[in-house]
Write a protein that binds this ligand. Structure first.
Ligand code: ATP
Ligand code: MN
Length: 151
């Protein structure tokens, strides 16, 4: 029996399909599901906190912006957790800041996750590719099995 599965989500319909599939796959199991949202920081937030842009130029300041983005991610995760909770799964939500693929891989390794379930695509517009750039990187670099749900 799996102990811990990571489900990264960007709130897209395809990620939602991956969540629904996880709920069906693991329904009733004692497995923990970690639902992860990676928030990409706008580049200027980094420039701002590095002092490369005068503080008065950017409104809101980086910390306020981060708090706002964190709040939106929390709302999205709460909504997306519903099918997992309805399936009786122990569900925890996580938010990380940074590059989505890198943070998904880090969370999987640091958290000791045994499988990653994710969508083939997300909010990106180039759906002609077989995989989006995030799922492509995760499939190539993950140390655990990755289950990709097609949109
Ligand atoms: P691209 O981002 O390359 O334009 P895309 O948005 O269509 O393409 P991906 O970003 O690779 O496709 O999304 C594939 C899956 O990766 C999503 O269904 C979701 O499971 C996961 N994912 C993508 N972005 C994030 C993110 N910021 N946080 C958590 N999971 C993500
Ligand atoms: Mn994307």
């Amino acid at each position: 029996m799996l102990q811990k599965v990571l489900v990264p989500t960007d709130g897209s319909d395809t990620a939602r399909k991956a969540i629904d599939f996880t709920a069906r796959l693991l329904a009733g199991a004692s497995c923990e599901v970690v639902l992860l949202s990676v928030v990409e920081e706008p580049a200027y937030a980094t420039f701002w906190s590095d002092g490369l842009i005068a503080p008065e130029v950017i409104i809101p300041p980086a910390e306020e912006l981060k708090a706002e983005l964190r709040g939106r991610a929390e709302e999205m995760l709460a909504a997306q957790a519903e099918p997992l909770l309805a399936a009786g799964l122990r569900t925890t939500t996580r938010i990380r800041f940074g590059n989505p693929a890198a943070e998904i891989l880090r969370e999987a390794e640091d958290g000791g996750c045994e499988m990653i379930v994710m969508g083939s695509h997300g909010h990106g517009l180039l759906s002609g590719f077989l995989l989006g750039s995030v799922s492509n990187r995760v499939v190539h670099h993950a140390k655990c099995p990755v289950l990709v749900v097609r949109g």
